[in-house]
Design a protein around this ligand. Sequence first.
Ligand SMILES: Cc1ncc(COP(=O)(O)O)c(C=O)c1O
Length: 480
Amino acid sequence: MTSRAEDGGRSELEMSPKQMMASAMRAAELVVKRVQNLPNEPAWRGGSRSQLEPIMREDPPEEGRPSEEVIERAAREILPIASRVDHPRFFAFVPCAPTWPGVLADFMAAGHNIFQGTWLGASGPSMLEVVVIDWFRSWIGYPETAGGLFTSGGSAASLDGFVAAREAAGAPRQPSVYMSDQSHTALSRAATIIGVRPESVRMVATDDRFRLDMDELSRMIRQDRESGLTPIAICGNAGATNTGAIDPLDEMADYCASEKIWFHVDAAYGGFAILTERGSELLKGMERADSIAMDAHKWLFQPFECGCLMVKDIRKLEGAFSVQPEYLQDTQWGRDHPNFGDRGLQLSRSFRALKVWMSVQTFGMGAFRRSIGRGIEFAERAEAYIRKSTILQIANPASLGVVCFRVNPSTAELDDVQLEEINEAVQARVIDEAVAMMSSTRLRGLYSLRLCILNHTTTWEDVRFTLAAIENFGQEAVSS
Ligand SMILES: Cc1ncc(COP(=O)(O)O)c(C=O)c1O
């Protein structure tokens, strides 16, 4: 066998330390420049397939080219053609502005090539995941019996949670799951993946503030039980994507306890508001859930993918997922040494806890609390601004960083069709003229504009500037 020294010490797919350093520095330089330039860039850039094909379509080259050239091409031709979800005026969907230590943590975890599936595979990282999950446990107010795992995101977290719920219910033959008509589709999809028939994923009506209606829930469950279904989970929203609505979590917890049904809370975007005084008041009752999905890649400022599932009795999750094949027999180190691959659907996992840990170590919890608090405050200030405006109208009050509204001047008498056309035109102008990135939704069928203000770099001036532009565009659209 030829030695590495005889081969020049490197495989054909390795670089010299000098090349590694030079390319890493160039990549870092380009990313830092991008982050610095964000406020001067539009919050959204995209392109059609026909525009992008000519730039990117090519056969893979047989011979390589200098790494810096490849990095620069990625940074110039590919990466910028995307939503800038971390732009201070990106208010669409659910924004996220990752902290720099979180970005570096992804790089370092990849550079150390951490396999975070078993304790044997990654003892230090597993210990740290235990520690960070325990931070989350204490933030939620969960007991010592609780535990969890990092996941790719809220969708995977809910899926894992539903598997635990199904097993806790004895894996019935005709399972049903309940959620409000405002719940994220990730939940209905997760329910069908774990074997719930689409017609048994039951959507419960909501009240005037888009919160699940308890009477409707208990009526549905009574009826479904009579017709042979077995409810395995009831889902509450701790920040519904559409409106930021928070379901009556305490009442739901009481009901679930009395009916012996698993209570799952989708806190994917809203959950980390619990770190603020206001958020913990609003989310009271969440700590009574059997499982909670929370995305650190939303309101805890981490790069994608950084979701999490917390389960009140971790044995129920491990009982549902744990498998012990012969080829992994060496990885069984006993109860004190969790194999995170035994808590969810992924065995090969990246080391996501490092992002949260490095960010929190660098900035401290105070900075996170204040940054989350500003999102709640700015949405409430936006609501106050809209209420004072003669051109804008509130569609749903601010809740956990989300506020819904529409252009509807008090002096004009416009029907729903006209309102939709005007608001659509205003939204398009906000994006086309690079004021901000803002998405729309429908509330009870009515077209609505929506701001989701979660970014730690967003200032009140960013919000005010956007609202003022919407007022101007709205005024012009109505007059034209
Ligand atoms: C409330 C809520 N639940 C679930 C999800 C899905 O999470 P993910 O995209 O991380 O899978 C989202 C995403 O925005 C969300 O806002």
